[in-house]
Design a protein. Structure first.
Length: 425
């Protein structure tokens, strides 16, 4: 169990780090201020500020985020009447604003705030020491920091470094960069698997053998048959073939095969088997396996495997809407932990394979056009390009809030479903 937990933390950390680094890197290149780079959600357990960005680790392994200026209520910690402590530089300009009771600024000036502008003109006003007779105006440095209530120290967010100040293309690239990094990670991880294996074991949609009492063999299938369709779904790889058959457990299914240049159709009823505590269809066929050790096979494996799995995953997503949606088609942190437990039993190569698969899943899911996901943000970018102006912040905020609420509800349902599947079945 300890090995599984450590492996889960490492796999989860790599997935989030790589994804969020994509957003982080291109935001920096676009001149957008990244106020915080977080691994995990919820209460902070570690924080370190370097230059403009604060790096944090948070307690809940439910994701992570890159907190960009302009995409939040940057001064939500400040309200009229709030008591803060101000640290000034040698020129009397504010360089740190402390709103937290958990930290104390040496030589800080206590001020009860009245009004402020930390985006454009950069100033704040209030009563020093809470004294009605000591009303003061303070200039604030462009690179000043604010210590939030939980003790996290981040930069303030002037308008010129906010997300909306970047060009449309820069913002689109910043939104797309997270999923892009996940695809790159999948390619690298699958290539590493090929290197560690000393070659590539490849399969196609060609039948190599049958298991005992095979449903497919009884239906008339032969070795060397190429399965090109399962019902109306084309199957160009073994992965897509297995995925399509797995959905037909206990249902009459039509297979289209190619044999010696001729096309035939076979009727089968896939048996039902338990896999990862889910019911999947099984017809008792094994893939024709080819072993390749050439440099070209190894070098291209990461790309070909990523492509084949991408096609299979997209087909599965489409199938969720065309063949009926089920929470069993989805998996959250509990499911990932279960997969990690299984992969750990088989060693490093299995864990790297899992990392690649999860990274690809993360990249594809994040590109779905759902508000609050990267794909939803890209849709808003496209709408802005068509309209030649962005949606109002109020409308965009409402859309994002609705999307976020939907995702949170879905995550709760998926997690509860996973707990029942993996721990009580």
């Amino acid at each position: 169990m300890l090995l599984t937990i450590v492996t889960f933390i490492i796999v989860f950390g790599i997935l989030v780090l790589v994804h969020e680094f994509g957003h982080f890197y291109f935001a920096k290149k676009a001149g957008i201020l990244v106020r915080e780079f977080s691994i995990g959600m919820g209460p902070k357990i570690f924080a370190y500020q370097k230059k403009a960005t604060t790096y944090t680790i948070r307690i809940l392994p439910l994701g992570g985020y890159v907190r960009m200026a302009g995409l939040e209520e940057d001064d939500e910690a400040l309200k009229p009447g709030t008591s803060v402590s101000l640290l000034l530089d040698d020129a009397g300009v504010v360089e740190t604003i402390n709103t937290s009771h958990k930290k104390t600024l040496m030589n800080g000036i206590p001020v009860q705030l009245v009004k402020w502008d930390l985006e454009n003109e950069l100033w704040l006003e209030g009563y020093e020491n809470g004294d009605d007779e000591q009303y003061r105006h303070f200039k604030v440095s462009h690179d000043a920091s604010i210590i939030e209530e939980d003790g996290t120290k981040v930069r303030i967010a002037p308008t010129d470094v906010q997300f909306q100040s970047a060009t449309l293309w820069q913002r689109m690239l910043t939104n797309f960069a997270g999923p892009l990094n996940n695809f790159i990670l999948a390619i690298v991880a699958f290539t590493l698997v090929a290197v560690l294996q000393g070659g590539v074991t490849s399969t196609s949609n060609v039948v190599g053998n049958f298991t005992e009492n095979s449903v497919a063999q009884k239906a008339g299938m032969q070795k060397g048959d190429r399965v090109v369709k399962v019902e109306n779904a084309r199957t160009s790889s073994w992965q897509s073939l297995a995925t399509a058959i797995s959905k037909g457990a206990g249902k009459k299914t039509t297979l289209t095969i190619e044999r010696k240049g001729q096309t035939k159709q076979l009727q089968v009823v896939p048996q039902t088997k338990k896999q990862n505590k889910q019911n999947v269809g099984y017809i008792g066929i094994e893939a024709a396996v080819h072993h390749e050790k050439s440099f070209w096979a190894i070098a291209t494996y990461g790309f070909s495997q990523t492509w084949n799995l991408t096609v299979a995953l997209l087909s599965a997503i489409v199938g969720m809407f065309t063949h009926g949606f089920s929470l069993n088609d989805l998996g959250g942190p509990v499911a990932i932990y279960s997969y990690t437990s299984e992969a750990t039993k088989y060693g490093l190569i299995s864990v790297i394979n899992l990392l690649a698969f999860l990274s690809l899943n993360l990249g594809i899911v994040n590109l779905l056009p759902i508000p609050a996901l990267d794909g939803g943000k890209l849709v808003l970018n496209v709408i802005e390009g068509i309209r030649h102006k962005p949606l109002s912040q109020e409308k965009e905020g409402i859309i994002t809030l609705v999307g976020f609420g939907f995702l949170m509800l879905l995550m709760i349902l998926v997690t509860w479903n996973d707990i029942q599947r993996y721990f009580f079945n």
